[in-house]
Design a protein around this ligand. Structure first.
Ligand code: DC
Length: 232
């Protein structure tokens, strides 16, 4: 068991990022946003006019770039800085275009293999909280604590709506709903590393919990796991 690793998986809007960032700060762990990595590769494909299903071309490009992920717990809004060959793409990877295409790119087994390899390197000998869809099932099945966050569809739509408004933008709720349902379907039904509850994973429904409530619950579970292990 890896004492110093927590994984948090779950569908979009379940609260993963918010909770993972706070945990990283309060437990002094490195924050690894694996979704940001899939988004960066998607951006790269779009910028180079490559079909998002063209695995060979995407991989060719991917292998020639330097993908950098920096954790900074001081500035909450810039918690993860993502750079491709030194160029900051942190904001670009959050565009709607990338959001619509990322599920297609993240289905490609070669892309997954490549990014999982990088993710494993990022956590080697380090303390980290990983966030994504397969971090507990594939990237780090030996993590001390594996959390699966979920929330009702209505709640997830509400959260996404708020996020969009905070950026000064607007999207009809029924379009948000369609986008969430479509991403859920693709993420959960793909053949390679679908979104699943990891073995021994603990499910937390965040629909009716405050952020603080979820964080405290996970911290309690983490200390319990780590202390029990140290006593044996
Ligand atoms: O968490 P996010 O919305 O930034 O993730 C973007 C997409 O990346 C999501 O639709 C599924 C994919 N993803 C994945 O397949 N595996 C991961 N570990 C993380 C994200």
């Amino acid at each position: 068991m890896l004492d110093n690793i927590i994984t948090i998986d779950g569908p979009a809007g379940s609260g993963k990022s918010t909770v993972a960032k706070i945990l990283a700060r309060e437990l002094n762990l490195k924050y690894i946003d694996t979704g940001a990595m899939y988004r960066a590769i998607t951006l790269l494909a779009l910028q180079n006019n490559i079909d998002c299903k063209d695995e060979e071309s995407i991989l060719k490009l991917t292998r020639n770039i330097n993908l950098q992920l920096d954790s900074n717990s001081v500035d909450e809004s810039k918690y993860t800085t993502v750079k491709i060959d030194g160029k900051d793409v942190t904001d670009e990877i959050r565009s709607r275009e990338v959001g619509s295409a990322v599920s297609i790119v993240s289905k490609l087994p070669g892309v997954r293999r490549y990014l999982v390899g990088l993710q494993k390197k990022f956590i080697q000998g380090d303390n980290a909280v990983l966030e994504g869809r397969d971090t507990g099932s594939v990237v780090c099945p030996d993590a001390a604590l594996k959390i699966y966050l979920t929330a009702s569809l209505d709640e997830r739509i509400k959260r996404r709506d708020l996020q969009i408004r905070e950026k000064g933008q607007f999207l009809e709720r029924n379009i948000i709903k369609k986008e969430i349902i479509s991403r859920d379907r693709i993420d959960s039904s793909r053949e390679d590393s679908p979104l699943v509850i990891p073995e021994n994973g603990i499910i937390i429904d965040t629909s009716k919990l405050s952020i603080k409530g979820v964080v405290e619950k996970i911290k309690k579970l983490y200390f319990k796991k780590v202390n029990v292990k140290n006593e044996t």
